[in-house]
Design a protein around this ligand. Structure first.
Ligand code: HEC
Ligand SMILES: [Cu+2]
Length: 475
């Protein structure tokens, strides 16, 4: 049979299935907020599917201490994932919350028709609009707001994914997750606290302050990390809302066994990094062989480590030394003769603590950004490598010495809580204020001595050290 004849048959079949209002199965789409994916469809044929989606403007956390007024579909960034099937007739209701300040609409890349539905779905605050379309092509599609200024609506978070399953669905996997990248353009630099307004000039210059997965820094880390078990297959539905940047999507320590690149119909195999265009998507599958934390990144790597494009997949289960043996030998290698190295820290807005509570709050940020990578977020360190700060006898015995450790770095051997460490901590270029804040935070946590450290205590230690104060200090 020719392809054309086949198409005619399919379309005729659809018309028979969906032509009469009552002849097709009728259902309401179950929408799920990210990173949850709606369950795979179990029905065999097309249906009449009702989708109810609300546009809402909400002020939420973009990063620790940073708030942003998002414009959303469904209250989340990205908006909920919609799952339908090839040949479905979709009755789409777009409802704009009465407290919105702006009109919105929706352009679904899964729609064949002018504007992808945008022209038919324009809604003022407190209004609702209904339009209908049929899904003619299977795949994973971006949807977004297309109300002028379009770039601003997208930059504020108005995007999401709609999956159009092929007949028979996608190959089954154990777990599915929904991850969507997007970037934010704020008035101040990355990490500067407070409510951050959208910056149109930066957006036009494509100079993003934040590049994140699922709307905020850390939305897939810690308690919110994705999870799986050894032996399972994982599928990520990866989208990119942009508005400007393309994503070099990569999972550190995994190889994608199967990738539907650009979410097309033919899967590719054995891919390390897949490109997800702005306004595009990809589906990646991989089997998990060993336990550990696998890090999701945009491999344009400054975005990952300096702008927020990091997520975590935490895998539990038994190790397999035949696949990955872990560290099999160790020692310290110091090509520059053992001199302590300096890690430059980017500048930020100086924060002046007025109260001890301020100091602890500001210090927590310094800790998260500068210390947690080694000493761990819970201060417990890593046995044999990074000593604990929690209940550390070394730390609690002498605040002046602790100040010196941060200003000048430290090379062992030292003994902390009876364990010997013979390692190297680099000197961190922090201002007196930041050192005071981070130590006050650390002393206030995890069963430590509760000491307050002030910049006045830091200055003399710095003066006694061989190095000058940093030109730019990050607090
Ligand atoms: C690159 C990894 C790294 C970073 C980042 C780092 N440290 Fe350390 N830190 C170490 C290592 C390693 C040691 C032990 C050095 C040795 O063996 O002499 C250490 C030792 C210490 C000690 C003394 C030992 C103890 O457990 O009480 C303190 C206090 C300390 N660090 C605080 C901090 C603080 C606060 C920060 C952030 C401002 C920080 N460190 C950032 C690696 C790091
Ligand atoms: Cu909008």
């Amino acid at each position: 049979m020719t392809k054309r004849a086949l198409m005619v048959l399919i379309v005729a079949g659809l018309a028979a299935a969906c032509g009469g209002a009552d002849s097709a199965e009728r259902s309401t789409a179950v929408l799920e907020a990210p990173p949850t994916v709606p369950a795979a469809l179990t029905r065999r044929g097309p249906a009449h599917v009702v989708v109810n989606l609300e546009t809402r403007e909400v002020t939420q956390r973009l990063a620790d201490g940073v708030q942003y007024t998002y414009w959303t579909f469904g209250g989340t960034v990205p908006g909920p994932m919609i799952r339908v099937r090839l040949g479905d007739s979709v009755e789409f209701h777009l409802n704009n919350h009465p407290e919105s300040h702006n009109p919105h609409n929706i352009d679904l890349h899964a729609v064949t028709g002018p504007g992808g539905g945008a022209a038919s779905s324009f809604v003022a605050p407190g209004q609702t609009a209904t339009f209908a379309f049929r899904t003619l092509n299977p795949g994973l599609y971006v949807y977004h707001c297309a109300t002028a200024p379009v770039g601003m609506h997208v930059a504020n978070g108005m995007y999401g994914l709609i999956l159009v399953e092929p007949p028979g669905g996608l190959p089954p996997v154990d777990r599915e997750y929904y991850v969507m990248q997007g970037e934010f353009y704020t008035r101040d630099a990355y990490g500067v606290p407070g409510h951050q307004p959208f910056d149109m000039r930066k957006a036009i210059a494509e100079d993003a302050n934040y590049v994140v997965f699922n709307g905020a820094v850390g939305s897939l880390s810690g308690d919110r990390a994705l999870t799986a078990n050894v032996g399972e297959t994982v599928r990520l539905y990866v989208g990119n809302g942009g508005p400007n940047l393309i994503s070099s999507f990569h999972v550190i320590g995994e190889i994608f066994d199967r990738v539907w690149d650009e979410a097309g119909s033919e899967p590719n195999s054995n891919i390390q990094t897949t490109l997800v265009p702005a306004g595009g998507a990809a589906i990646v599958d991989f089997q998990i062989e060993v336990p550990g934390t696998f890090i999701l990144v945009d491999h344009a790597i400054f975005r990952a480590f300096n702008k927020g494009a990091l997520g975590e997949l935490r895998v539990s289960g038994p190790p397999d030394s035949g696949v990955y043996a872990g560290r099999i030998a160790e020692g310290i290698y110091l090509p520059e003769g053992g001199a302590v190295q300096r890690i430059p820290v980017p500048p930020g807005e100086p924060l002046r603590a007025r109260t001890t509570a301020d100091r602890i709050a500001f210090g927590q940020r310094v800790y998260t950004q500068n210390c947690a990578a080694c000493h761990q977020i819970d201060g417990r360190g890593i046995p044999g490598a990074f000593p604990p700060l929690a209940r550390s006898d070394y730390l609690n015995a002498d605040a002046r010495r602790a100040i010196g450790v941060i200003l000048n770095g430290l090379s062992g051997p030292i003994t902390v809580n009876g364990e010997r460490y013979s390692s190297v901590m680099p000197a961190l270029s922090l201002s007196d204020e930041a050192v005071a804040n981070v130590l006050t935070y650390v002393y206030s946590q995890w069963g430590n001595a509760g000491r307050v450290v002030t910049p006045d205590m830091v200055a003399p230690v710095r003066a006694a050290a061989p190095r000058p104060a940093p030109a730019a200090a990050h607090e």
